[in-house]
Design a protein around this ligand. Structure first.
Ligand SMILES: Nc1ncnc2c1ncn2[C@@H]1O[C@H](COP(=O)(O)OP(=O)(O)OP(=O)(O)O)[C@@H](O)[C@H]1O
Length: 279
């Protein structure tokens, strides 16, 4: 829960400060610097999308923010507090919802609440509220294996919301779904954002998805291991992805990424780029 003083202070809820991460490989002499001093401030209630080509470090950044992975240097601050491990205040929803197939929808959503020691009747009340919010009330007693991919992702969203995190971290949660289901879930997620005012950080390699959802779109570059450019999208949502305004921003994003696509096609890494600059 965020205090009213904190809301009034207008400070960033989440601060990513100079985060760097390099992976080394036993079978290769080359290291791969995926994130190179990345800094982002996110305010309470913002819906920020991060877009970038496959392999640019989106998941690595999200995992570091969630406390699932350690940065080599840099810090993650939430409400000004340094965070170094996972906690229910920062929850990730993955592409595969990571649900328990042997439990029902209701039991899955109640699970985290049970772990948090919430009394049984409150568990039921909170779980039912969020199952209703993702429009799955009729399926509360269904088992996960009986659900479609889109329904599973709705359960994952309900389960995360029930725990009332400060920040919802979403790692390409709709990437495996068909286009119609994805569009439907975009609209549902926007309604949920409107209703709950949760802070959401959503990563995707899909520019349309980033532009449909985000009030701010951050373009991550694998060549820089950092932010290439940031766009504020001051257009009402739900948005018409084919509108001239969106098409204009999309062209700008593609232009920003063109260099990176060429760079990635050559199989380069940031370490390689640094070496090239020295030559
Ligand atoms: N644990 C790890 N060990 C070694 N290399 C890793 C590890 N995790 C990620 N990488 C490498 O870091 C780079 C960035 O990976 P990451 O998954 O963060 O990218 P991404 O932008 O999320 O890609 P995608 O859109 O395909 O999911 C990739 O080259 C990947 O192979």
């Amino acid at each position: 829960m965020i205090s009213s003083e904190y809301r009034q202070s207008n400070a960033a809820l989440l601060q990513i400060k100079n985060v760097s991460k390099t992976f080394s490989y036993a079978d290769s002499r080359q290291n791969h610097t995926v994130l190179n001093k990345v800094s982002i401030d996110i305010k309470d209630g913002e819906f920020v999308t991060i877009v970038g080509p496959s392999g640019c470090g989106k998941s690595t950044l999200l995992n570091i923010i969630a406390g699932l992975e350690d940065p080599d240097s840099g810090k993650i601050l939430v409400k000004g507090e340094n965070k170094t491990s996972t906690d229910p205040g920062r929850l990730v929803i993955f592409q595969e919802g990571a649900l328990f197939p042997w439990l029902t929808v209701l039991e899955n959503v109640e699970f985290g609440l049970k772990l948090a020691g919430i009394p049984k009747d409150e568990q039921r009340k909170a779980a039912s509220r969020f199952i209703d919010m993702v429009q799955l009330s009729k399926f509360a007693d269904s088992y996960i294996y009986q659900l479609s991919g889109g329904m599973k992702q709705r359960v994952a969203i309900a389960r995360a919301l029930a725990i009332d995190p400060d920040i919802l971290l979403m790692d390409e949660p709709f990437a495996a779904l068909d286009v119609q289901t994805r569009d439907m879930l975009h609209n549902e997620l926007l309604q949920i954002h409107e209703a709950t005012k949760k802070t959401i950080l959503f990563v995707t390699h899909n520019i349309n998805e980033a532009l449909a959802l985000g009030t701010r779109v951050i373009v991550l570059s694998p060549r820089l291991g950092n932010i290439k450019r940031e766009f504020t999208v001051n257009l009402p949502r739900p948005r018409d992805i084919d509108s001239p305004e969106i098409a204009l921003i999309k062209r700008q994003i593609l232009k920003e990424l063109e260099e990176d696509f060429q760079f990635a096609r050559k199989g380069n890494t940031i370490a390689g780029a640094a070496q090239q600059r020295q030559i």
